[in-house]
Design a protein around this ligand. Structure first.
Ligand code: DLZ
Length: 165
């Protein structure tokens, strides 16, 4: 996984668990759609590459990143997901909206994960401008959607290993 901030999609393919039996949802925000669509595609393709069945990858779109937490809660409740990857892109503007949204979604997903005892993955870009977001949505710094999928696979595997152990 990414520890040196070189490329969000750099990982050892042999270290990724097979997701054949996993049910992993994706919630994607509609703000900055060129960015979030690329991240959604990256996440979806990565889940498929590691064996997650098409029918076990429910996808939900929500209006903005602020709604990712309630969208993820719906996914856990409705689809009984093992994990939900939450995709958004918040770009710094002239007002304090950025701070409120970023803090709300980070805290919201943390609290939700604890409440449902399943991971809600924070695949949210928080950037100063669109160029930085493009770099991290399939550009020179990789794709944070791919990173989210790898994280989800590892976390679901970790939980299932403990349950069976
Ligand atoms: C309002 C708003 C603003 C200013 N910026 C973004 C953004 O950069 N990225 C994003 O995903 N959403 C943004 N939103 C919308 C909020 O997330 C939310 O949808 C609205 O405040 C309605 O609750």
């Amino acid at each position: 996984m990414n520890t040196k901030k070189v490329n969000l999609s750099e990982y050892d393919p042999d270290s990724i668990p097979n997701g054949e039996t996993f049910n992993i949802g994706i919630v994607a925000a509609e703000w900055n759609p060129a960015i979030t669509d690329a991240m959604l595609q990256g996440a979806y393709d990565t889940l498929r590459r590691y064996g997650v069945k098409e029918e076990n990858i429910p996808v939900l779109h929500v209006p903005g990143s602020f709604e990712l937490t309630s969208g993820a809660q719906m996914m856990f409740e409705h689809y009984d997901c093992d994990a939900v990857i939450c995709i958004g892109c918040v770009i710094q503007g002239e007002t304090r909206h950025f701070d409120f949204i970023c803090e709300a979604v980070a805290n919201g997903l943390t609290n939700l994960s604890i409440k449902v005892n399943r991971p809600a993955i924070f695949s949210v870009l928080t950037t100063n401008n669109i160029a930085q977001a493009q770099d991290r949505a399939g550009g020179k710094h990789g794709n944070k959607g791919v990173e989210g999928a790898v994280t989800a696979l590892k976390m679901v595997h970790a939980k299932k290993s403990m349950s069976n152990g």
